[in-house]
Write a protein that binds this ligand. Structure first.
Ligand SMILES: [Zn+2]
Length: 136
């Protein structure tokens, strides 16, 4: 077993509510969503942060972040979508495998980052299904 939970997900040894997959990246629902539809995009190849990720993987994550943000917008019609990426514990990074957050935002909503409350499994799968359906 890897000590990295995201590498475990990539390897299929840990579950996720998947939204998208290709050779380089994986998109799935954040298990601790800060808003309904909170989605993560990760490179399949382990890199701890922006300082370490290979340019090819970074480009693939960026392309996928745009595609999934479009899917989130189409599926959930939020007022906005926040894209967030954290490097280092001091910046709030809690899983040390590069990832981009896509967070649907509602006008006037207050955001609490990295809540410790796990999402409801059925709700997460429902969101994943909606976003998958909205992808071209
Ligand atoms: Zn990893």
């Amino acid at each position: 077993m890897s000590e990295c939970i995201f590498c475990e997900i990539v390897a299929g040894r840990a579950p996720c509510h998947q939204v998208y997959e290709d050779d380089l990246v994986l998109g799935f629902m954040d298990a601790f969503p800060v808003a309904p539809g909170h989605t993560l995009v990760i490179p399949k190849q382990h890199a701890e942060n922006l300082f370490e990720i290979r340019a090819e993987c970074l480009a693939a994550v960026s392309r996928t972040s745009q595609a999934l943000a479009l899917g989130v917008r189409k599926a959930l019609d939020p007022d906005g979508v926040m894209v967030m990426q954290l490097n280092g514990a001091a910046a709030g990074q809690t899983v040390f495998h590069y990832h981009t957050h896509l967070i649907p935002r509602a006008e006037g909503s207050v955001l609490s980052l990295h809540p410790r409350i796990p999402g409801n499994t059925e709700e997460l799968e429902s969101m994943a299904s909606k976003i998958r359906s909205a992808l071209d």
